[in-house]
Design a protein around this ligand. Structure first.
Ligand code: NAI
Length: 337
């Protein structure tokens, strides 16, 4: 067991965020890892005073601590300020979104033996948010792809493959239509791939990739995608193993990272003690691995798998009848066995 003390920024978030954050804090504490949580809001001050996100307590805290665990943040649709999630990723240049998607025993899903890691470029593409009205009734949204960002995400993906023993990367594109933008993404990746002959490199057009994913997801090992395709395909992949409640995610930059659940704030069940902390817990396990707390990560993962295998204390969203605290206590008991 490591005796190193980590200070981690915790952004509990909105809706069920505080409930699932409390559960994850309790489980990580029970594992014996010494973490001091520095709780920071990403929202309050920004909304109230129109503050620059760089001045927010959350960003200041993350810049100091370098690692954060984050619950979901509510975002208005169509009108309202830009998504805080997107702003945080941009402010900290968290250029790689990592989404491991794997079956969890006891969770009903269409496929078994799915084990895919999706790597999504997080900073550009249509998410640059550059939209304007050309004339009334006509808007333009700019898709920005640069060689620099494409090369950086490709290096990240190939290095990730080597580090975690992955064998094959498919890059997903629509370069047959967007010959320049997706073409640049592809050519940048091909250049990087040449330096990694130990990793098999393949390409697939996005529409075919979606069909292949729902027909036979087990053929995929790692996917490398631009921002928009990555956003859509990572939720599609999550759906193949039981949904957003059972998959983690990490947003990684140079020496700084935010680990977060990918589900939303679940306003329909917020405050009722029904939320499933599994996704945030899995993100916490990813965070522990990032902090080199491998032993604690493995023990928490084993306890979580055991609780799912037993199937007696699962929350309602995955077919059980337990509340958040019963589930959390059961994981902690399994951890202490
Ligand atoms: P949602 O994920 O909050 O809810 C969809 C359904 O899944 C609901 O029935 C909800 O009860 C259920 N659900 C989600 N997480 C759950 C959990 N941990 N345990 C049990 N059930 C769970 O998606 P929705 O309704 O589209 O979004 C609500 C708000 O969340 C919006 O303001 C949206 O912008 C925000 N959001 C934030 C995200 C983030 O911060 N990363 C990601 C997605 C949405």
């Amino acid at each position: 067991m490591s005796y190193m003390r980590h200070t981690i920024t915790l952004i509990p978030g909105d809706g069920i965020g505080p409930e699932v954050s409390n559960a994850v804090q309790a489980i990580i504490q029970a594992s014996g890892v010494a973490i001091e949580w520095e709780e920071a809001s990403a929202r309050g001050d920004i909304d109230r005073r129109g503050m620059d996100i760089m001045q927010s307590p959350a960003v200041k805290s993350i810049l100091k601590n370098r690692v954060a665990l984050k619950g979901p943040l509510a975002t208005a649709v169509v009108t309202g300020p830009p998504s805080l999630n997107v702003q945080l990723r941009k402010a900290l240049d968290l250029y790689a979104n990592v989404r491991p998607v794997k079956n969890l025993a006891g969770v009903t899903s269409r496929f078994q033996n799915v084990d895919i890691v999706l790597i999504r470029e997080n900073t550009e593409d249509l998410y640059a948010g550059l939209e304007h009205e050309v004339v009334p009734g006509v808007v333009e949204s700019l898709k920005i792809i640069t060689e620099k960002a494409s090369t950086r995400i490709a290096r990240f993906a190939f290095e990730y493959a080597r580090k975690w023993g992955r064998k094959r990367i498919h890059s997903i594109h629509k370069a047959n239509i967007m010959k320049m933008s997706d073409g640049l993404f592809l050519s940048s990746i091909r250049n990087v791939a040449k330096g990694y002959p130990d990793i098999e490199y393949k390409e697939l057009i996005i529409d075919n990739a979606c069909m292949q994913m729902v027909l036979n997801p087990c053929q995929f090992d790692m996917l490398l995608l631009t921002n928009l395709y990555g956003d859509i395909m990572s939720d599609l992949a999550a759906g193949l193993v039981g949904g957003l409640g059972v998959v983690p995610s990490g947003n990684i930059g140079e020496g700084v990272a935010i680990f977060e659940a990918v589900h939303g704030t679940a306003p329909d069940i917020a405050g009722k003690g029904l939320a499933n902390p599994t996704a945030l817990l899995m993100s916490g396990i990813m965070m522990l691995r990032y902090l080199n707390e491998t032993n604690a990560a493995q023990r928490i993962e084993a306890a979580l798998y055991q609780v799912y295998n037993d199937g007696k204390a699962l929350t309602r969203d995955v077919g059980g009848s337990a509340g958040t605290s019963e589930f959390t206590d059961t994981v902690i008991r399994a951890l202490r066995q």
